[in-house]
Design a protein. Structure first.
Length: 273
């Protein structure tokens, strides 16, 4: 059991470390939104060179980071629609001069560059709608074990437990990172077995290991996660026949101990402007 706990804690450390490293700086594939009007320059993605055409992206325009080239960030705007952008003809897209044009549907599928300093000052991180496979490590500080009319008492349990969870995450679009997760987990727990929890069959109080499958619904907001879990504890050997809470459902409010690591994206999160 000590070996298993050590491995799980090591996994948590690695996950948390990776999350911290990935959370700093500008990452390719991340979504952003302009806070104010922002000037961008067209970019030839094939030749990897800038073109002499500059445009204004209106406040609220969403885009994806495509690449990083020195101090310039290569971006691609989400598709513009006629209903919510200023309309201009395709032939006017390459217009030059002192009067800059607003970017609209004619910019669809084209690439642009913006300076890193401009990106950091005039834009904000944006989250797209997506469905992904996620996994992580969770600990449940308190379990509620239910009683019944046969003498099993209601019980608060705060023994050690840690488990690995995996499932589906539905992320919502918006400026703040929000998501809903449906997770299946397996883990190990320490459970208290005594005379009261065995109907007098176990005289001495002992701490035993238990295998713990669980099912949880977790809401995430930025780096905080709160969820409701249910599951069962299974002890082994002779204790499994004595312990009155063996395989009986429990309820817990859980806090994410390590933020879930996205592993596989099932549906693109990019939408329209």
């Amino acid at each position: 059991m000590k070996y298993a706990i050590t491995v799980l804690l090591l996994c948590y450390t690695l996950i948390a470390s990776a999350q911290e490293q990935n959370s700093s700086g500008i990452l390719i594939g991340n979504f952003y939104r302009t806070k104010v009007d922002m000037v961008v320059q067209q970019f030839d993605y094939i030749k990897e060179d800038t073109l002499p055409y500059r445009y204004i992206a209106k406040a609220g325009a969403k885009f994806t980071i495509i690449g990083i080239k020195n101090s310039e960030i290569i971006i691609k705007f989400w598709h513009f629609n006629d209903t919510n952008t200023q309309s201009q003809l395709e032939k006017d897209f390459a217009k030059t001069g002192s009067d800059l044009l607003y970017i609209d549907k004619s910019a669809n599928d084209k690439h642009f560059v913006v300076q890193t300093t401009v990106l950091n000052g005039k834009t904000e991180s944006y989250n797209g709608k997506s469905t992904s496979f996620v996994w992580g490590i969770t600990t449940l500080p308190v379990k509620l074990r239910f009683g019944n009319s046969d003498g099993r008492e209601f019980q608060f349990s705060s023994n050690f437990n840690i488990g690995t969870n995996a499932g589906i995450q539905w992320a919502f679009k918006g400026r703040k990172s929000q998501n809903l997760n449906l997770l299946f987990g397996v883990g190990i727990s320490s459970v208290q077995v005594d005379s009261a929890s065995t109907e007098g069959k176990q005289k001495e109080s002992i701490t035993a290991a238990a295998f713990t499958p669980s099912l949880g619904v977790v809401y995430g907001y930025e780096r905080m996660q709160v969820g409701i879990y249910t599951g069962m504890d299974f002890t082994g050997g002779a204790l499994s026949k004595k312990w009155v809470y063996q395989s009986k459902p429990w309820l817990a409010v859980g806090i994410g101990f390590a933020l879930f690591q996205k592993d596989k994206q099932e549906e693109a999160g990019q939408g329209d402007n």
